[in-house]
Design a protein around this ligand. Sequence first.
Ligand code: MN
Length: 292
Amino acid sequence: MAGDDGAATHLAAAPAERTCVGFAVDEAYALPMAVAGRSLIDHYAGPAPLEIMVLDLGITAPTRARVLASWPPGTRVRFVPLPRENLDGLPLSDHEFVLHLNRNVYGRWFLPELLPPAYRRLVYLDADILVLRDPSPLWRIDLEGQPFAAAQDKGIPYVSSELGVPDYREMGLPARTKYFNAGVMVIDLDRWRTARIRERALHYARSHPDMRFADQEALNAVSGGAWTEFPREWNCPVEEELLAAHHQADPRIIHFLGPDKPWVTDVTWAPHCQAAYTACLRRTAWATELPA
Ligand SMILES: [Mn+2]
Protein backbone atom coordinates (compact mmCIF):
# COMPACT_ATOMS: atom_id res chain seq x y z
CA MET A 1 0.00 0.00 0.00
CA ALA A 2 2.77 2.44 0.91
CA GLY A 3 4.38 3.06 -2.46
CA ASP A 4 6.75 5.90 -3.31
CA ASP A 5 3.90 8.38 -3.65
CA GLY A 6 2.58 7.53 -0.22
CA ALA A 7 5.96 8.03 1.36
CA ALA A 8 6.42 11.38 -0.34
CA THR A 9 3.01 12.56 0.82
CA HIS A 10 3.76 11.48 4.34
CA LEU A 11 7.02 13.45 4.36
CA ALA A 12 5.29 16.52 2.98
CA ALA A 13 2.68 16.34 5.72
CA ALA A 14 5.23 16.37 8.51
CA PRO A 15 7.95 18.89 7.63
CA ALA A 16 11.06 18.98 9.77
CA GLU A 17 9.53 17.90 13.05
CA ARG A 18 11.73 19.15 15.89
CA THR A 19 12.67 16.75 18.64
CA CYS A 20 12.51 18.90 21.73
CA VAL A 21 12.68 17.80 25.36
CA GLY A 22 12.08 20.10 28.32
CA PHE A 23 13.22 20.17 31.92
CA ALA A 24 12.39 22.76 34.59
CA VAL A 25 14.93 22.86 37.42
CA ASP A 26 16.63 25.00 40.03
CA GLU A 27 20.20 24.75 41.34
CA ALA A 28 19.38 21.79 43.58
CA TYR A 29 17.97 19.75 40.69
CA ALA A 30 20.76 20.52 38.20
CA LEU A 31 22.64 17.33 39.14
CA PRO A 32 19.70 14.95 38.61
CA MET A 33 18.84 16.80 35.39
CA ALA A 34 22.41 16.25 34.15
CA VAL A 35 21.99 12.53 34.83
CA ALA A 36 18.49 12.34 33.33
CA GLY A 37 19.67 14.26 30.27
CA ARG A 38 22.71 12.05 29.90
CA SER A 39 20.54 8.91 30.02
CA LEU A 40 18.24 10.46 27.42
CA ILE A 41 21.09 11.37 25.07
CA ASP A 42 22.81 8.00 25.49
CA HIS A 43 19.68 6.07 24.48
CA TYR A 44 18.12 8.41 21.94
CA ALA A 45 18.09 6.84 18.46
CA GLY A 46 15.68 9.13 16.59
CA PRO A 47 16.32 10.72 13.19
CA ALA A 48 16.28 14.43 14.15
CA PRO A 49 18.82 15.88 16.57
CA LEU A 50 17.64 16.23 20.15
CA GLU A 51 17.08 19.75 21.40
CA ILE A 52 17.08 20.22 25.16
CA MET A 53 15.22 23.16 26.64
CA VAL A 54 15.98 23.92 30.29
CA LEU A 55 13.57 26.17 32.12
CA ASP A 56 16.07 27.74 34.49
CA LEU A 57 14.67 28.47 37.94
CA GLY A 58 17.93 29.80 39.31
CA ILE A 59 20.94 27.75 38.18
CA THR A 60 24.32 29.40 38.85
CA ALA A 61 26.75 29.91 35.97
CA PRO A 62 29.28 27.31 37.25
CA THR A 63 26.52 24.73 37.62
CA ARG A 64 25.20 25.51 34.15
CA ALA A 65 28.70 24.86 32.80
CA ARG A 66 28.81 21.59 34.73
CA VAL A 67 25.51 20.48 33.19
CA LEU A 68 26.85 21.22 29.71
CA ALA A 69 30.08 19.37 30.49
CA SER A 70 27.95 16.35 31.43
CA TRP A 71 26.54 16.04 27.93
CA PRO A 72 28.40 15.29 24.70
CA PRO A 73 29.93 18.26 22.88
CA GLY A 74 27.51 19.64 20.31
CA THR A 75 24.37 18.76 22.27
CA ARG A 76 21.76 21.41 21.50
CA VAL A 77 20.79 23.04 24.80
CA ARG A 78 18.95 26.25 25.62
CA PHE A 79 18.62 27.65 29.13
CA VAL A 80 15.60 29.92 29.48
CA PRO A 81 15.30 31.75 32.78
CA LEU A 82 11.94 31.99 34.50
CA PRO A 83 11.79 34.72 37.15
CA ARG A 84 10.79 33.22 40.47
CA GLU A 85 8.04 35.83 40.91
CA ASN A 86 5.98 33.75 38.49
CA LEU A 87 5.73 31.11 41.19
CA ASP A 88 5.10 33.40 44.16
CA GLY A 89 2.06 32.54 46.20
CA LEU A 90 1.48 29.15 44.64
CA PRO A 91 0.43 26.70 47.34
CA LEU A 92 2.50 23.87 48.78
CA SER A 93 1.08 21.08 50.85
CA ASP A 94 2.44 19.89 54.16
CA HIS A 95 1.07 16.43 53.49
CA GLU A 96 3.68 13.82 54.42
CA PHE A 97 3.75 12.28 50.92
CA VAL A 98 4.69 15.50 49.19
CA LEU A 99 7.02 17.25 51.65
CA HIS A 100 9.89 16.72 49.18
CA LEU A 101 8.24 19.00 46.62
CA ASN A 102 9.00 22.69 46.40
CA ARG A 103 7.42 25.54 44.48
CA ASN A 104 9.64 24.91 41.46
CA VAL A 105 7.45 21.98 40.50
CA TYR A 106 5.14 24.57 38.95
CA GLY A 107 7.84 25.62 36.49
CA ARG A 108 6.79 23.03 33.94
CA TRP A 109 3.54 24.89 33.30
CA PHE A 110 5.48 27.68 31.66
CA LEU A 111 7.56 25.62 29.24
CA PRO A 112 5.01 25.29 26.41
CA GLU A 113 4.69 29.04 26.05
CA LEU A 114 8.42 29.66 25.89
CA LEU A 115 8.97 27.58 22.77
CA PRO A 116 8.86 29.30 19.37
CA PRO A 117 6.01 28.34 16.98
CA ALA A 118 8.34 26.11 14.94
CA TYR A 119 8.05 23.56 17.72
CA ARG A 120 4.91 21.47 17.67
CA ARG A 121 5.58 18.94 20.36
CA LEU A 122 7.48 18.92 23.63
CA VAL A 123 8.43 15.95 25.74
CA TYR A 124 8.56 17.16 29.33
CA LEU A 125 10.71 15.13 31.74
CA ASP A 126 11.10 15.42 35.49
CA ALA A 127 14.72 15.54 36.59
CA ASP A 128 14.23 12.47 38.80
CA ILE A 129 13.87 10.06 35.89
CA LEU A 130 16.33 7.76 34.16
CA VAL A 131 15.95 6.72 30.52
CA LEU A 132 16.80 3.05 30.01
CA ARG A 133 15.81 2.52 26.36
CA ASP A 134 15.36 4.58 23.18
CA PRO A 135 12.88 7.38 23.97
CA SER A 136 12.35 8.48 20.36
CA PRO A 137 8.89 6.82 19.99
CA LEU A 138 7.57 9.47 22.42
CA TRP A 139 7.76 12.04 19.61
CA ARG A 140 5.54 9.84 17.44
CA ILE A 141 2.83 8.88 19.95
CA ASP A 142 -0.66 9.56 18.58
CA LEU A 143 -2.17 12.18 20.89
CA GLU A 144 -5.65 11.50 19.49
CA GLY A 145 -6.50 15.19 19.40
CA GLN A 146 -5.69 15.78 23.08
CA PRO A 147 -3.30 18.45 24.41
CA PHE A 148 -0.96 15.90 25.96
CA ALA A 149 -0.26 12.28 26.80
CA ALA A 150 0.88 10.84 30.12
CA ALA A 151 0.79 7.63 32.16
CA GLN A 152 -1.94 6.89 34.65
CA ASP A 153 -0.55 7.36 38.16
CA LYS A 154 -0.02 4.11 39.99
CA GLY A 155 -0.54 5.46 43.49
CA ILE A 156 -3.35 7.87 42.53
CA PRO A 157 -5.22 6.10 39.72
CA TYR A 158 -8.41 8.21 39.72
CA VAL A 159 -9.45 11.75 40.60
CA SER A 160 -11.51 10.20 43.40
CA SER A 161 -8.47 8.41 44.92
CA GLU A 162 -6.95 9.62 48.14
CA LEU A 163 -4.57 12.45 47.14
CA GLY A 164 -6.56 12.83 43.90
CA VAL A 165 -8.76 15.85 43.12
CA PRO A 166 -10.88 16.53 46.23
CA ASP A 167 -13.39 18.73 44.35
CA TYR A 168 -13.95 16.30 41.50
CA ARG A 169 -17.73 16.19 42.01
CA GLU A 170 -18.08 19.96 42.09
CA MET A 171 -15.96 20.08 38.95
CA GLY A 172 -18.35 17.68 37.25
CA LEU A 173 -15.84 14.85 36.89
CA PRO A 174 -16.92 11.21 37.14
CA ALA A 175 -15.25 9.40 40.07
CA ARG A 176 -13.42 7.04 37.71
CA THR A 177 -11.81 9.83 35.71
CA LYS A 178 -8.20 8.71 35.36
CA TYR A 179 -5.46 10.66 37.12
CA PHE A 180 -2.03 10.94 35.49
CA ASN A 181 1.50 11.28 36.79
CA ALA A 182 3.01 14.54 35.50
CA GLY A 183 6.65 13.38 35.53
CA VAL A 184 6.68 12.45 31.82
CA MET A 185 4.35 14.31 29.47
CA VAL A 186 4.15 14.47 25.68
CA ILE A 187 2.67 17.89 24.94
CA ASP A 188 1.07 19.20 21.75
CA LEU A 189 2.06 22.84 22.09
CA ASP A 190 -0.76 24.36 20.04
CA ARG A 191 -3.45 22.39 21.79
CA TRP A 192 -1.94 23.06 25.22
CA ARG A 193 -1.97 26.81 24.55
CA THR A 194 -5.45 26.76 23.00
CA ALA A 195 -6.81 24.86 26.00
CA ARG A 196 -5.20 27.56 28.23
CA ILE A 197 -3.93 24.87 30.56
CA ARG A 198 -1.39 27.08 32.33
CA GLU A 199 -3.92 29.84 33.03
CA ARG A 200 -6.56 27.41 34.23
CA ALA A 201 -4.10 25.48 36.39
CA LEU A 202 -2.86 28.73 37.93
CA HIS A 203 -6.43 29.70 38.72
CA TYR A 204 -7.06 26.29 40.29
CA ALA A 205 -3.87 26.52 42.36
CA ARG A 206 -4.61 30.02 43.62
CA SER A 207 -8.16 29.09 44.56
CA HIS A 208 -7.10 25.84 46.30
CA PRO A 209 -4.46 26.91 48.85
CA ASP A 210 -4.94 23.58 50.64
CA MET A 211 -4.38 21.40 47.57
CA ARG A 212 -2.43 18.25 48.20
CA PHE A 213 -0.38 17.47 45.16
CA ALA A 214 0.72 20.85 43.85
CA ASP A 215 1.16 21.14 40.10
CA GLN A 216 0.06 17.58 39.40
CA GLU A 217 -3.28 17.94 41.19
CA ALA A 218 -4.01 21.21 39.39
CA LEU A 219 -3.18 19.75 35.98
CA ASN A 220 -5.39 16.75 36.64
CA ALA A 221 -8.21 18.94 37.89
CA VAL A 222 -8.28 21.23 34.87
CA SER A 223 -7.67 18.46 32.34
CA GLY A 224 -10.59 16.43 33.62
CA GLY A 225 -9.54 13.27 31.83
CA ALA A 226 -8.93 15.05 28.51
CA TRP A 227 -5.54 13.49 27.88
CA THR A 228 -4.20 10.43 26.11
CA GLU A 229 -2.79 7.57 28.09
CA PHE A 230 0.54 5.99 27.23
CA PRO A 231 1.83 2.76 28.79
CA ARG A 232 3.52 2.92 32.15
CA GLU A 233 6.78 1.67 30.62
CA TRP A 234 7.33 5.36 29.72
CA ASN A 235 6.99 6.53 33.31
CA CYS A 236 7.59 3.58 35.55
CA PRO A 237 7.70 4.36 39.26
CA VAL A 238 10.57 2.93 41.26
CA GLU A 239 8.47 1.23 43.90
CA GLU A 240 8.92 -1.96 45.83
CA GLU A 241 5.77 -3.58 44.52
CA LEU A 242 6.73 -2.82 40.96
CA LEU A 243 10.28 -4.01 41.40
CA ALA A 244 9.02 -7.46 42.30
CA ALA A 245 7.68 -7.64 38.74
CA HIS A 246 10.62 -5.74 37.27
CA HIS A 247 11.66 -8.33 34.74
CA GLN A 248 8.22 -8.37 33.16
CA ALA A 249 7.84 -4.61 33.24
CA ASP A 250 10.99 -3.82 31.23
CA PRO A 251 10.51 -0.07 31.59
CA ARG A 252 11.88 2.46 29.14
CA ILE A 253 11.94 5.31 31.65
CA ILE A 254 12.05 4.85 35.42
CA HIS A 255 10.91 7.57 37.80
CA PHE A 256 12.33 7.97 41.28
CA LEU A 257 9.17 9.55 42.63
CA GLY A 258 8.71 9.99 46.32
CA PRO A 259 11.28 11.12 48.85
CA ASP A 260 14.05 8.54 48.15
CA LYS A 261 16.33 10.09 45.56
CA PRO A 262 19.30 8.11 44.21
CA TRP A 263 21.62 11.14 44.09
CA VAL A 264 21.02 11.78 47.80
CA THR A 265 21.22 8.33 49.36
CA ASP A 266 21.45 4.80 48.02
CA VAL A 267 18.02 3.48 47.14
CA THR A 268 18.96 0.21 48.80
CA TRP A 269 15.60 -1.45 48.22
CA ALA A 270 15.99 -1.03 44.45
CA PRO A 271 19.63 -2.00 43.89
CA HIS A 272 19.41 -2.49 40.11
CA CYS A 273 17.75 0.93 39.68
CA GLN A 274 20.39 2.50 41.92
CA ALA A 275 23.16 0.76 39.96
CA ALA A 276 21.78 2.01 36.63
CA TYR A 277 21.58 5.48 38.13
CA THR A 278 25.12 5.47 39.49
CA ALA A 279 26.49 4.17 36.17
CA CYS A 280 24.88 7.12 34.40
CA LEU A 281 26.02 9.59 37.07
CA ARG A 282 29.58 8.40 36.35
CA ARG A 283 29.13 9.69 32.79
CA THR A 284 28.45 13.24 33.99
CA ALA A 285 30.63 16.04 35.34
CA TRP A 286 29.54 15.01 38.84
CA ALA A 287 31.38 11.68 38.56
CA THR A 288 34.31 13.05 40.54
CA GLU A 289 32.18 13.15 43.68
CA LEU A 290 31.55 9.42 43.63
CA PRO A 291 33.73 6.98 45.55
CA ALA A 292 35.99 5.05 43.18
MN1 MN B 1 9.38 13.29 39.76
